[in-house]
Design a binder for this molecule. Sequence first.
Ligand code: GLP
Length: 241
Amino acid sequence: MRIVRAKDYEDMSRKAGDIIAAQVITKPDCVLGLATGSTPIGAYKRLVEGYEAGDLDFSQVKTYNLDEYRGLPGDHDQSYRYFMNTNLFDHVNIDKANTHVPDGLAEDYEAACAAYDEAVAAAGNQDLQLLGIGNNGHIGFNEPGDAFVRGTHCVDLTESTIQANSRLFDSIDDVPRQAFTMGIGTIMAARTILVMANGEVKAQAVHDMIYGPITPACQASILQLHPNVVLVADEAALSLC
Ligand code: GLP
């Protein structure tokens, strides 16, 4: 795992955004695995600026997002589809038909999850997979547990995740209790994985991801087995390393 130290959120966003930009420039028809959350917002802004400056062309890029809340439609302002549209897709020349987020309303969700994995594989897998990390070491919505789950699946969110994500909802009761997420196998199929982390609240998870035992109790620890991971993190997130 290569560690890129950033001073603060701005610096992390610039450095990570430039890595994604380099991917788009060097392979204009690349497949990007994308993430939501507060962490990547600044990096997406950097990509929008790159597009506006005429440096980035998204017309041939395909994207597959990590996860989506179960039960939220794509136009709900807390859905991850809405997040992606408003933070990135609406501001660059990407073809929305080439952007994919798990369907939060899928009724036959097992079939939908299997189809999602097949679509990622049929696209040739992710050239670059962007990841944030949960306070509890989750990646996507793969929560701490006793196994690594291979494919896209439905998860019960842990209390700590519901609590952490409630800051974005009107009330904690509005936070969905379940989500669909790419599995660990889907994530690990990416040729490059770019992890972003900022803030002291992530310090323990970042430490355990890099130096802890490889265990499903810290799902991000599996990244130790991937040959091409870059972590861009600020000083606070690296404070225990
Ligand atoms: C969320 C998302 C993850 C994200 C993580 C951290 O619940 N499912 O994909 O990486 O938790 O979020 P944040 O960047 O807001 O700290």
